[in-house]
Design a binder for this molecule. Structure first.
Ligand code: PLP
Length: 387
């Protein structure tokens, strides 16, 4: 049978689900040059504005001068450099965990960890709105795959109690990537422990942003290794670089080094990226005013946008979606914002459930009040002039 890929693409176009890439021709930041235009950016995950910070660039360049560009091998062969190792130790101290293991991406961390921890006869319990990498990890594992309703602790409790699996792993986003709300971690942790299950949290959008010191959702809720045994963070968002890590016990990390396929069978991150991340970690820890500015932007935006009568979600994080429902409607609003010089992504299925297409607005510490006001003005324009 032929692969009729043209037909699939045509269906996607007809359903408003076709995706294309924009061409970026500048550094990441609040002002970017994209598709030959200067745009005010409200769709990156560079929450603290560090992706193009000169201190990171300098650390990258100096490490590249010493180590070269490529790491040349996987961590277990001869690619594990002193920069990787130092970053792991510093992240362990930052997260208050015994040990940290770097992965090349968050996608690889999530799939590799879940697959490594579970075997036949076990079960994984996942929030309905978990990120694709967590869902794929659950599917790759040879364990039972159980979904619970979004942030619904009671539903999870029933499903855990009904399960006869030998070992149980509860897996959730910390900050839900397309909704911006927080997982009810203290309750999830209590239910997991009460049912002899482990809790794994992917804090991709919380690390660096939440908590007094940027320690993320674990710091926000004060959860130690016993309450939260498997903590994943990514480095391509608030940290402004690339890669990911898992933080936990000495034994967990040792086990993953010996078992996680996406760790073992891939080339190590470039050491210069690890060096840039060490510079970033210092800023994340020391410059709390960046988090304060973000909180001010979020509060101002939510206060003002409520007056426009737009459908906001219950989010206190830099991810502030405006729910529009229909795919074409989300595309039309995004295009109208772009006309006015603003870049905001239209998020559609399968990234979000059918009928919940949305604008995913994200804030960065380096946005100004004037930037936010331009966004509010453009949203008011859409509200008045578009369906
Ligand atoms: C919640 C969540 N987890 C994991 C990832 C994947 O991380 P990475 O980009 O490092 O692969 C993303 C997005 O990129 C995400 O939003």
């Amino acid at each position: 049978m032929a692969f009729d890929l043209d037909a699939v693409l045509a269906q996607k176009k007809a359903a408003g689900l076709y995706r294309r890439r924009r061409l970026l021709d500048s550094a990441q930041g609040t002002q970017i040059h994209v598709d030959s235009r200067d745009l005010l950016n409200f769709c990156s995950n560079d929450y603290l504005g560090l992706a193009a910070d000169p201190r990171l660039t300098a650390a990258f360049q100096s490490a590249a001068a010493r180590f070269g560009v490529g790491s040349g091998a996987s961590h277990l062969v001869c690619g594990h450099s002193s920069e990787h190792h130092a970053l792991e130790e510093e992240l362990a101290e930052f997260t208050g965990r015994e040990r940290v293991l770097l992965f090349s991406t968050g996608y690889m961390a999530n799939t590799g960890i879940i697959q490594a921890l579970l075997r036949k006869g076990d079960a994984v319990f996942e929030d309905d709105l978990n990120h694709a990498s967590l869902i794929d990890g659950g599917r790759l594992a040879r364990a039972d795959y159980v979904r619970y309703h979004h942030a619904d602790v009671a539903d999870l409790a029933v499903k855990l109690q009904q399960s006869t699996a030998e070992r149980k792993l509860v897996v959730t986003d910390g900050v839900f990537s397309m909704d911006g709300d927080l997982a009810p971690l203290p309750e999830l942790s209590r239910i997991a422990r009460g049912n002899d299950a482990w809790l794994m949290v992917d804090d991709a959008h919380g690390i660096g942003v939440l908590g007094e010191n940027g320690g993320g959702i674990a710091e926000e809720f004060g959860l130690d290794t016993e309450a939260l045994p498997v903590l994943v963070g990514t480095l391509g968002k608030a940290f402004g670089t690339f890669g990911a890590f898992v933080a936990g016990s000495e034994t967990l990390v040792d086990y993953l080094i010996n078992s996680a396929r996406s760790y073992i069978f891939t080339t190590a991150l470039p050491p210069a990226v690890a060096a840039a991340t060490r510079a970033s970690l210092r800023i994340v820890r020391d410059e709390g005013d960046r988090r304060a500015r973000l909180r001010e932007h979020i509060a101002h935006f939510r206060r003002e946008v409520a007056l426009l009568g737009l459908d906001l979600m219950p989010s206190a994080t830099p991810v502030q979606p405006v729910l529009l429902g229909d795919n074409e409607r989300a595309l039309a609003w995004s295009a109208a914002l772009q006309e006015r010089g603003l870049l905001v992504g239209a998020i559609r299925p399968p990234t979000v459930p059918v009928g919940t297409a949305r604008l995913r607005i994200t804030f960065t510490a380096t946005h100004t009040r004037n930037d936010i006001d331009r966004l509010l003005e453009a949203l008011a324009h859409c509200r008045r002039n578009l369906a």
